[in-house]
Design a protein around this ligand. Structure first.
Ligand code: GDP
Length: 425
């Protein structure tokens, strides 16, 4: 049985916490897309951790953590992260890396930086982790698969020359930067091969057998629906699909095995990077929510950048759930909202004088103005509450209003960053 945990919004919904929680009853946890560009924050009995590339199941000794073929694999980052958790007392996790995963090369990061510099004010707000150049190369068929690290030097040298022929023209003529050194790239590939060797696995065969044995598998998504390159706010999106459906491809399992799609929806909105954000708020109102948000404020887990803040957007969240194929919703960070007298919820977009509840394409989105409905606040701290009936009435009304708007059952309400801060309905 496969469960996907994915985001309905712009990312940072708290998927890491939900994965860490559901990991308790799972055998295998897989990252299937993205790279070390975004982060999950997890608070458990070992402490508080920001994971960027490791699946959020690494804290259990009964789980196997897998880096699927769909991931942008930054090998030094992966091993830095493993060392980081082990140094803090977490037992060495069991990790497998797909032999079909492709590798983020130092020149991908360089190209990301060069392009952001070139675009200056028109940039996509990249985290400069090389993700867009990496996926571009993957689809241009000049990327390096983990399996290729084990090729002989002649084969590697030939491919490196082919890659450099393209890269160097751009470096020299577009970015005015020194050309790549082929020998250095070969050395890097050797170094990566030696680091990754003990973990390399034919993951799709491993998962095929695991499924036959009835193992419980979690797919952990990065970012959310609205950052999907096809269904999100293109071009202000990420470079790999953030949708549960892509879990089948990025892990190497049959799509019909994904039975449960836990879609994580945040009780208010936040976003990093540029792009349309209809229910965005500014000034003191935003600062207050940013300061109180998440666990210790809404600042990027990878970059430390302050996140953009907004009220709950029912239009975007309903679309986000639909495009994920949500079978249930986990509503997170609800505890943060206990300070508000009233809570605006964006229930429609006004575009050219007409109100719609359907999430449009980017050009239309740019014209959209939020239509709000206001609900009364509950003015109390809800952390520590374990039963749904024990939540204040106005808080339950907020949850039920959201549930009606998004049209998917809210099965879990998260009222704090810790594993045990969860209310099952
Ligand atoms: P992810 O990328 O979707 O895993 O999300 P992030 O980890 O970037 O952001 C979620 C932040 O909110 C983290 O700091 C979590 O510790 C925190 N968090 C998760 N769930 C809750 C919750 O219910 N309440 C509070 N206050 N914080 C939460």
């Amino acid at each position: 049985m496969v469960t996907a945990i994915v985001g309905a919004n712009w990312g940072d919904e708290g998927k890491g916490k939900i994965t860490d929680m559901l990991g308790q009853d799972s055998d295998i946890i897989i990252r299937f897309q993205g790279g070390s560009n975004a982060g999950h924050t997890i608070v458990n009995n070992y402490g508080k951790f920001a994971l960027h590339i490791l699946p959020s199941g690494v804290f259990y000794d009964h789980t196997t953590s897998i880096i699927g073929n769909g991931v942008a694999l930054n090998i030094p980052d992966l091993f830095k992260e493993i060392k980081g958790i082990v140094d803090r007392g977490v037992p060495m996790p069991k990790i497998l890396v797909s032999d079909r995963a492709q590798i983020v090369m130092p020149y991908h990061i360089l190209f990301d930086q060069c392009e952001e510099e070139r675009l200056a004010g028109r940039s996509f707000g990249s985290t400069k982790s090389g993700i867009a150049p990496f996926y571009s190369d993957k689809y241009a068929k000049i990327g390096f698969q983990v399996s290729e690290l084990f090729a002989d030097d002649e084969t590697l040298k030939a491919k490196i020359s082919q890659v450099c022929a393209v890269k160097n023209v751009i470096l020299k003529n577009l970015y005015n930067k020194p050309e790549l050194d082929e020998k250095e790239i070969l050395d890097t590939l050797h170094e990566y091969r030696d680091i990754v060797k003990p973990y390399v696995c034919d993951v799709s065969t491993y998962l095929y057998n695991a499924l036959k044995e009835g193992k419980r598998i979690l797919l952990e998504g990065q970012l959310g629906s609205l950052k999907d390159p096809d269904h999100g706010i293109y071009p202000m999106v990420t470079s790999s699909s953030t949708l549960a459906a892509y879990g089948a491809i990025g892990a190497g399992i049959p799509p019909y095995e994904i039975k449960r799609i836990v879609t994580v929806v945040k009780a208010y909105s936040s976003a990093v990077g540029a792009g349309e954000f209809v229910s965005e708020i500014f000034g003191d109102e935003a600062d207050e929510l940013r300061k109180r948000g998440g666990d210790g404020g809404e600042y990027g887990a990878t970059t430390g950048r302050p996140r953009r803040m907004g009220w709950f957007d029912a239009v975007a969240s309903r679309y986000g759930c639909r495009i994920q194929g949500a079978t249930e919703v986990a509503l997170t960070v609800l505890d943060v909202l206990g300070y508000l007298d009233e809570l605006p919820i964006c229930v429609g977009y006004e575009i050219d004088g007409e109100v719609t509840k359907e999430f449009p394409t980017t050009a239309m989105l740019a014209k959209a103005k939020p239509v709000y409905e206001k609900l009364p606040g509950w003015k109390t701290d809800i952390r520590g509450i374990k039963k749904y009936e024990d939540l204040p009435e106005n808080c339950r009304k907020y949850i039920e209003f959201i549930e009606k708007e998004i049209g998917v059952r809210i099965s879990m309400v998260s009222n704090g960053p810790k594993r045990e801060d969860i209310i099952y309905r």
